[in-house]
Ligand binder design. Structure first.
Ligand code: PEP
Length: 249
């Protein structure tokens, strides 16, 4: 069975609650699609307001992060059960900005992935290499390690529903997109890694996105590759161009 494409916008730390509603209203008619799952991963403070604004549309609610405990003395954090009750369906885990600026490591991300599943949230697990790692030729090994640790203890049935976003760090927010062949090479390697951990059925079911300077012009070529099941979109998710990415064909 063909995998359904998934295009998720990562708004990062952009848009006040009022601005968020304006953006949702602008994008709502542009992101209508019968065959692509659309997700808006909004700042935590906008989750409830955007949740209301997307009611009755094809847009799914997503978060950009969560902590791996249900409650307690973790000042500033947000729990998976809070997200679930607020109507969140998807949660980005391990974005390279969180790995770099907030020192999130693979072991912590594994705990987050497990907790997300426990609370009925679908993780969008990010992986990707730096430019140095690409030049050193170790990028596939690096990404395989990220995946193997993040999926420890995850069952095959859970993994089948997961989303992995391959995001080369050198392509995020830089305007420099990986070529479709570069992106396909890594997405195929990620799928192969899932096949080795689980089985063919899991590898064929899991959805793997590419992220890194995707826009309305390059989306079609990227998403036409056999192992690329959509994209995780930063900058362009804040503009009308996001509609062109969702309707990439
Ligand atoms: C991202 O932050 O996940 C991302 C891919 O950003 P951009 O599309 O701006 O490169």
């Amino acid at each position: 069975m063909a995998r359904r494409k998934i295009v998720a916008g990562n708004w990062k730390m952009n848009k006040t609650p009022k601005e968020a509603i304006d953006l949702v209203n602008e994008l709502k008619p542009l992101v209508v699609s019968d065959d692509v799952d659309v997700v808006f991963c909004v700042p935590a403070i906008n989750i409830l307001t955007v949740g209301e604004a997307i009611k009755g549309t094809n847009i799914n609610l997503g978060a950009q992060n969560m902590y791996h405990e249900e409650s307690g003395a973790y000042t500033g954090e947000i729990s998976p059960n809070m997200l679930q009750e607020a109507g969140v369906k998807y949660v980005i885990i391990g974005h390279s900005e969180r790995r770099e600026y907030f020192k999130e490591d693979d072991e912590m991300l594994n705990k987050k992935v497990l907790k997300a599943f426990e609370h009925g949230l679908t993780p969008i697990l990010c992986c990707g290499e730096s430019l140095t790692q690409r030049k050193q030729g170790i990028y596939i090994d690096w990404i395989r390690m990220q995946i193997k640790i993040a999926f420890q203890g995850v069952t095959a049935d859970q993994a089948k529903t997961a989303v992995i976003a391959y995001e080369p760090i050198w392509a995020i927010g830089t305007g420099e997109t990986a070529t479709s062949d570069q992106a396909e090479e890594v997405c195929a390697a990620v799928r192969q890694c899932i096949r080795e951990i689980y089985d063919d059925a899991t590898a064929e079911a899991i959805r793997i996105q590419y992220g890194g300077s995707v826009n309305g012009k390059n989306a079609n070529e990227l998403f036409s590759k056999p192992n690329i099941d959509g994209g995780l979109i930063g900058g362009a998710s804040l503009k009308a161009d996001f509609g062109n990415i969702v309707n990439y064909k």
